[in-house]
Design a binder for this molecule. Structure first.
Ligand code: ATP
Ligand code: MG
Length: 468
């Protein structure tokens, strides 16, 4: 069995990794090695490069292996004539070569030309030396390569910064962030993902160049924002609300906004970032928490010195919808996130009818997400009211409802109701609206616990109504 398919792959990886890490040599799996060998056999250079070298040295399994080479695009095509290839990036020097249905990006050494639109280099220039290619890469920890034997090439102190857990630009940060301001968000993503700190000059330059992010396409921002939120993002959100505000301007009002309410011991932004970072790493949950109180500054009122935010969930929901659309999130994400934002401050009583109704409205996955949102929200509030969520009780009841639903003894959707339209037709009802109304009425009673989900009992009830 190949190591890629092995169920104990993680274990295998760990032992390979430890052995090679001690020698500071990158262990390159068979598939990328084979592709490097093809290039070497044709007389070209070939190195694995970027994230895979970084992740290997961090003791993590790389999720993809990128290769760079001095072969020019046409020469690469010639080398891989017997492979299935995808040529979409060839203009920029990238050929994707397939091995066992996995694509490997192979890129000609290049330096990027001017970025006059701050989005794409106007041109790329192919170069002859590895060192020049590594110079165009964003951060020192991403600018290392390894040859086929695993020997590391590190011209910009990447290993030193990796050991000290620093994100530092390759070269002059001002120049690098002006060329491609997305790197500002990338630095934040790597800080959150790797738990590194951003080196001082790099950080200072990020802040000064943050307004250039306005020129970056929403799709590119979206990917990095998602990456930030899915990492250990507490300090990134705490340190860079000014940068995030360029893409989500409504955050600005939340920074330092005092709540003057005994529920809260943090201002709106501090509460938000705490809630996001204690939540499970699920993108819908974390986006919902990022936006859940964003409308609060617009809803503030005071009563005898106590702050209130009546209606803020609906205002936050509207802001979230607009903002997520601007950032080009897909419709499904927008739907799920806005539903959570809107519902985040509704009380969920630990009673089965309430839970059945929630399950009916949102489905199991989304209901569990809502519980996570509420739990994180409460965790980020002043702990003076004890357990207000009753999560354990709610989960217990949810389990009972689902277990009974499987045995067809409980239900929260029409699909699972023990009677259907045909049963009513057999009782003499004509196909039409009336049948739908009766079925819904039965479902309501089952949800409320007034009736069992039992076919005979439900039919009896219908007969009584009809006077049959
Ligand atoms: P991840 O593991 O999260 O994918 P990565 O380092 O592989 O991290 P990618 O976005 O896949 O990140 O990019 C691959 C490599 O290309 C990076 O390691 C870096 O060397 C280089 N790179 C990518 N985007 C940029 C950029 N905007 N500016 C400069 N270099 C970049
Ligand atoms: Mg990558």
């Amino acid at each position: 069995m190949g190591w890629q398919d092995s169920s104990s792959r993680k274990m295998v990886w760990k032992s390979i990794n430890e052995e090679n890490l001690n020698k500071r040599k990158v262990f390159i799996p068979d598939a990328p090695k084979q592709l490097m060998q093809v290039l070497l056999d044709a007389g070209y250079e070939a190195y694995v490069v970027g994230g895979c070298v970084r992740d290997f040295l961090l003791g993590q399994e790389p999720h993809d292996w990128d290769i760079c080479t001095n072969a020019l695009p046409d020469q690469m095509k010639e080398c891989f004539a017997n492979y299935r290839v995808i040529e979409t990036g060839l203009q920029h020097g990238t050929l994707t070569v397939m091995v066992d249905h996995v694509g490997y990006e192979i890129t000609t050494y290049r330096i990027d030309g001017e970025y006059t639109d701050h989005r794409h280099p106007d041109s790329v220039q192919f170069v002859g030396r590895l060192q020049e290619d590594l110079m165009r890469r964003d951060f020192t920890v991403n600018a290392m390569a390894a040859d086929i034997s695993g020997k590391i090439r590190d011209f910009y102190d990447g290993q030193f910064d990796l050991e000290h857990k620093w994100i530092r630009c390759v070269g002059d940060p001002d120049k690098r962030f002006t060329e491609d301001p997305l790197r500002i968000f990338r630095a934040m993503r790597f800080e959150s993902k790797l738990g590194f700190a951003i080196e001082e000059k790099t950080e200072d330059s990020m802040r000064r160049h943050r307004y250039l992010l306005q020129h970056i396409s929403a799709e590119r921002i979206n990917t990095e924002l998602t990456g930030i939120l899915m990492g250990d993002c507490y300090s990134t959100l705490a340190c860079f609300p000014d940068i995030l505000s360029v893409c989500i301007p409504e955050i600005k009002q939340c920074i330092g906004f005092q709540q003057n309410n005994p529920h809260h011991n943090r201002n709106v932004w501090d509460h938000t970032l705490f809630a996001v970072s204690v939540a499970p790493k699920d993108i819908y949950t974390r986006l919902a928490l990022l936006y859940h109180d964003i409308g609060k500054p617009l809803c503030y009122s005071e009563d005898s010195g106590v702050g209130h935010f009546y209606g803020h969930a609906a205002v936050s929901r509207d802001i979230a919808e607009k903002s997520l659309r601007n950032l080009r999130f897909d419709n499904q994400t927008i739907k799920l996130v806005t539903q959570l934002v809107e519902a985040h401050d509704r009380t969920i009583e630990p009673r089965k009818p309430v839970i059945r109704r929630c399950l009916n409205k949102m489905g199991m996955d989304q209901f569990l997400r809502l519980l996570d949102v509420k739990e994180a929200d409460y965790a980020a509030q002043a702990q003076i009211y004890g357990d207000r969520l009753h999560k354990a009780e709610i989960l217990q009841m949810t389990d009972e409802i689902i277990a009974a639903q499987i045995q067809q003894k409980d239900c929260f959707t029409l699909k699972d109701l023990a009677v259907n339209g045909n049963d009513l037709i057999q009782l003499g009802y004509k196909p039409g609206k009336k049948i739908g109304m009766i079925l819904n009425q039965l479902l309501e009673m089952v949800i409320d616990g007034i009736m069992e989900n039992d076919k005979a009992k439900l039919i009896d009830w219908v007969k009584n109504q009809k006077g049959v």
